[in-house]
Design a protein around this ligand. Structure first.
Ligand code: SF4
Ligand code: SF4
Length: 246
């Protein structure tokens, strides 16, 4: 029997699911080896009671999300977190800064808003995650590679190292040598340093690498005449949740 796969979303803009729909060349091959029983973006039914693989996009921002994640963990043999929001909190976790209630009041005024809201957090702050596809949004080929590992029962091998070696391989001139700050110094590799190769500094969408040394990175900013606080300011774009205990 083909593995039963569900794709669901918590707090996000559905961008990673849109990336899956963009895989027009490969999606039919994928559908040939899985039983896609629920896809929140594309199906009108409800999440079934049983499935084998859960692919989850988005950050947890309500009690309802927490309950759903716990139920998913009880049901699925494999949980795959896709995108920055699910893996590191991402943009939704920017709401962790300052007063969350005040932010809601600013946006919604006196209107009714979601009940049971919690500080936004990545999925692994609630349940164990088996496989990761980092990035904002996900890279379709990387998603397919990870899905292939899931289907073959292979272990997750998300890179632990930071990105600068990819830049060296690409022969990209480092942004620090051009007087700019780049988060590739501390960001998880695996995107082939896409932004630097396109002429933009990395903004950290794949999250802080387990091998990253933030103290050394701040020292490097100082060495290049930059304000070391700039590193932390830039990390607030995607990585506000990085110190949430899991
Ligand atoms: S441009 Fe960024 S990723 Fe590339 S070497 Fe410099 S700091 Fe590292
Ligand atoms: S270079 Fe940085 S911001 Fe760009 S895709 Fe890679 S991790 Fe994300």
């Amino acid at each position: 029997m083909a593995p039963r796969v569900v794709v669901l979303s918590l707090a996000s803009d559905f961008g990673c699911q849109v990336q899956i729909t963009n895989m027009t060349d490969q999606i039919l091959d994928v559908l040939g080896v899985i039983d896609l029983t629920y896809w929140q973006l594309a199906t009108s039914g409800h999440l079934p009671a049983e499935y084998d693989v859960a692919i989850i996009e988005g950050a947890a921002t309500t009690d309802e999300h927490v309950a759903l994640l716990k139920k998913v963990r009880e049901t699925a043999a494999a949980v795959v977190a896709i995108g920055s929001c699910a893996n590191i909190g991402g943009v939704p976790a920017m709401a962790r800064e300052g007063d969350l209630e005040e932010r809601y009041a600013t946006v919604y005024g006196g209107a009714a808003v979601a009940v049971g809201r919690i500080m936004p957090r990545p999925i692994d702050a609630v349940i164990d995650v088996d496989y990761r596809v980092p990035g904002c949004p996900i890279d379709p080929p990387e998603f397919l590679r990870v899905l292939s590992k899931v289907l073959q029962g292979l272990k997750d091998d998300t890179p632990d190292k930071t990105m600068c070696a990819s830049c060296k391989l690409n022969e990209t001139v480092c942004f620090f040598d051009q007087g700019q700050v780049c988060l590739g110094l501390v960001t998880r590799s695996g995107c082939a340093a896409r932004c630097p190769s396109l002429g933009r500094p990395c903004t950290g969408c794949r999250g802080v690498a387990p091998d990253a040394n933030l103290g050394s990175a701040r020292e490097i900013l100082v060495r290049y005449g930059q304000d070391p606080d700039e590193l932390d300011r830039l990390l607030r774009i995607y990585n506000t949740s990085r110190e949430v205990p899991v």
